[in-house]
Design a protein around this ligand. Structure first.
Ligand code: F6R
Ligand code: MG
Ligand code: MG
Length: 375
């Protein structure tokens, strides 16, 4: 068996070009330059989805490593300087502080990392989404690793037949729990069907090997304040006892509804796209997902293969646009607009304050009406 390798994907929105739509090429170049100077990385790939800059890195230092997190953080700081110079939109927005404290988690950037022994052949897919939240991975991860109608390997591959173990995080209580599937499928679905609160963080095979991990973390309520949707990333290992590449990509053929889109306050379809197509437009969306595939070779990232550039996903995009049309027609009404607890923006307290004198108890109003009638 091969050596242990760590795959770290760290992302941040440090300035949009134009608005919240894309990353300027100068930022991508700067990030490449910063990472190429590191002696700690085995390899890296710099890319973007919409307005999020993504650093895909391999190294031998394990997860949560201070050096790697600092490298990512410093890279984002350098890029922020350029973003500020060009007055890009929201320059530095995901760097909640410019003082690094040992780990980028909780500082704004999103992180998905896994350490594993590189197999004789190691295909991985890095998923990156814009204009949505970490719970967006619940549906596809469930389909990939637990749904036999998606993943036939669960039925006919003896190496997958035992199922998988899912780690689920409660974002509100900041607790986690393991579910063993298929035995506990119904129990798990009670939770992960509510992706605004319960997120699938990781998936393991039944021997304990990591198979998938996402950037889910307790971020939404940073410093007691709701800081909005955190455009998520997710890493999935494929083949040889894990879902095949095609089984991992399959859930995205039927775009599911996710929370995010305009002002992080709407429900819309997650549209699978190539990197080049990943810049949100309509109503700042629809939310998008990119899938980059790599073969790892002694930690080298052989790739990427931009999977959703394929015409096999044209129909999924057409479906997503059809759903987007339908949802948009609902305008400010739920369920297109998210419910009050989930919205990133709301004027409710302001409007409520303005109208508070005019709100009277319903019964009182009835009494007044009855009194008026008597007179
Ligand atoms: C959603 C998103 C955008 C912005 C919107 C308003 O995640 O990033 O839809 O919320 O463009 O942005 P501001 O308030 O910065 O003008
Ligand atoms: Mg942005
Ligand atoms: Mg974004």
């Amino acid at each position: 068996m091969g050596e242990r390798i760590t795959l770290s994907v760290i992302k941040a929105d440090i300035g949009g070009w134009v608005g919240h739509s894309s990353v300027h090429p100068r930022l991508l170049e700067k990030a490449e330059e910063c990472l190429s100077q590191s002696k700690d990385l085995v390899d890296f790939h710099v890319t973007h989805v919409g307005d999020d800059l993504n650093l895909i890195m391999t190294h031998r230092l394990g997860t949560d490593n201070e050096k790697i997190h600092k490298l990512a953080f410093d890279t984002f700081l350098e890029c922020t300087k350029i973003a500020k110079e060009m007055k890009l939109y929201g320059a530095g927005q995901d760097l909640l502080s410019d003082a690094f404290s040992g780990n980028v988690k909780g500082m704004g950037p999103g992180v998905a990392e896994m350490e594993f022994e590189e197999r004789p052949s190691e295909p991985v897919i890095v998923f990156m989404a814009d204009k949505t939240e970490p719970g967006a991975w619940n549906f596809p991860l469930y389909k990939m690793f637990a749904d036999p109608f998606n993943t036939i390997g669960l039925v006919i591959d003896p190496k997958m037949h035992d199922g998988f173990v899912f780690e689920v995080i409660d974002l509100i209580e900041n607790k986690k729990i393991l579910f063993s599937l298929p035995e506990e499928m119904y129990d798990m679905l009670v939770f992960v069907g509510a992706p605004g609160r319960f997120c699938i963080k990781s998936v393991y095979d039944k021997k304990g090997n990591i198979a998938a991990t996402s950037s889910t973390q307790k971020l939404n309520f940073l410093a007691g304040k709701y800081v909005g949707k955190d455009d998520p990333v997710c890493i999935v290992r494929c083949q040889s006892g894990l879902p095949a590449v095609g089984e991992v990509l399959e859930p995205f053929a039927n775009p599911h509804l996710v929370s995010g889109w305009m002002r992080g306050s709407h429900s819309g379809p997650l549209m699978p796209v190539s990197v080049d197509q990943s810049n949100p437009t309509r109503f700042d969306g629809p939310p998008r997902v990119v899938a980059l595939g790599f073969q790892l070779a002694q930690g080298k990232l052989i790739g990427p293969q931009d999977f959703f550039a394929d015409p096999a996903y044209d129909k999924a995009r057409a479906t997503a646009n059809k759903i987007a049309n339908y949802m948009r027609r609902l305008g400010p009404f739920e369920p297109h607009r998210l419910n009050l607890d989930e919205m990133e923006y709301t004027t409710m307290p302001l409007v409520m304050e303005k109208l508070k004198e005019r709100f009277v108890p319903v019964d009182e109003e009835e009494d007044e009406a009855a009194a008026a009638k008597e007179e």
